[in-house]
Each structure stands twice: as C-alpha cells, then as structure tokens.
Design a protein. Sequence first.
Length: 271
Amino acid sequence: MRGPAPGKVNLALVVGPLRADGKHEVLTVYQRIGLSDRIDVEPADRTRVTGFPADTLVRDALERLAAHAATPQRWHATIDKRIPVAAGLAGGSSDAATALRLANAQLERPLADDALHELAATLGADVPFFLRDGPQLASGDGTTLEPVELPQDFWIVLALPHDVHKESTAAVYCAFDAREGARGWEQRAAALRETVAGARRPRDLAALPPNDLARSPLADELRAGGAFHADVSGAGPTVYGLFHHRADAERARKGLRGRGRTWLTAPAWYG
C-alpha cells in the first residue's frame, strides 16, 4: 500500500507553563500542506525501512504497532523523502503516522481509531495529527486534538534559510523558560481560540498570535512581500507566508531564493 505523508505548518503556537509530566502546555493550529513524502508499506518477513537511511521513527512506529496488536506481522516500508529534515515541518512524524495507518489497514484485526491515536502519541506530540483530516487545534501536550473550520483557499510560501540549523527541542524550550515566556499564557491562548473561532476568510488568520518559540526576519520579508500572515513553523527554522494570490506568492518566493530553499504549496485537507 502507498500513501502521501504531507508536512504541516503551525499557523499559531502558544506555549504555557510546565505541566506535571515535565512537558509544556501548548495550544497550536496544525495545518497540513501539499509538500509531501511518499510511503510504501507491504508485508515482509522482518521489519525494515529503506529509502531514507536516517529513519528511526517509521521503524519504531511499525514495531510498536506489531507489539500493541500482538501480531507476528512484519513490514517493509519505503520512504520517498521530499520534505526537508529537521525543518519544523514534521516530515518524520508524518512518515510515521502514514506508515502506521497503512500497516494497520493490512492487519487482520486493525486497531480502532482511538487505540491508533494513543499509539501515535507515544511516538511524538504531532504524530496523531496526521491520522486525522483537516486542520486541528492541538492542546495539552499537543496530542489533544479538536477539528476546526478554517479557510483553505490561500497559497503558502515556505522558506528554509541557508546555514540555519534546527536547535534541539530541549534547547528551544530551555530558552523559552529562561526568558519567562509563559507569562501571559492564558491571554494568548484565549486570543488564539477567539481568532480560530471567528476565522471565515483567509485574511482573518492575520490576527493569529505570533509563534512563542521562534522568530525570523524572513517572516517580516514575507509580510512586506504581500503575505497576510507569516511566521516560523514549530520550533523552526522553516518560515512560511500565506498569500491570497498565486502571483504574489510566486513573486515573494523569487525574492527569497538567494536566502534559502523555497517552495510554493497550498493547504492539504488529508494525507
């Protein structure tokens, strides 16, 4: 079986205080995008992954599925990698979720949706999102999902700056805590929810609060180039801009080509 493994952007990311489990409270909007890996999963005599030597997450997902389902079934997964690695677009999480979905469908007794969600959550906070259709509002540690109705008729420019590397998640959150970033968490979270609830047109997304974890001057450049909303995705380093018209998006993309790798894409509803 074969399926797409699309990336995502965080249309907003608000971070709060530490939870009892050592994780931070978060409230974020996950939006699936058209930039996508491809995953093939087929039965095999042993579980192995080819196509992307650096993978560990897909293999882990398949092994946990077999253990959870108490099945002797094993799989061969092939990854056709197109989403940049460690870019804040959750390519690895999407690969794992797609592999889980495809492998689960091949079981004699597939896991129910709730059980598959719980299994996905053990792999990473944003893995469960890719098992659902449409944009989602994620809360708690990022695995509690609510479907949201958001406009989807816009274009997305992605820019991955040259010579900028993704910091570890631990380092990003440590810096957040050091600057007391959780102050005002309730107000920012309420503003995010209010904006999402009232978003009817693409330009309404301009009122979303900025990313609490990361900033980039490229977001300012995208706004100057006509984006009605621009920000860093997740902990970065990829920056995105949302545009009403393709011509404006293409123009802005061309203006950034010397600054990093760029893509033009659009929202995707499902994977």
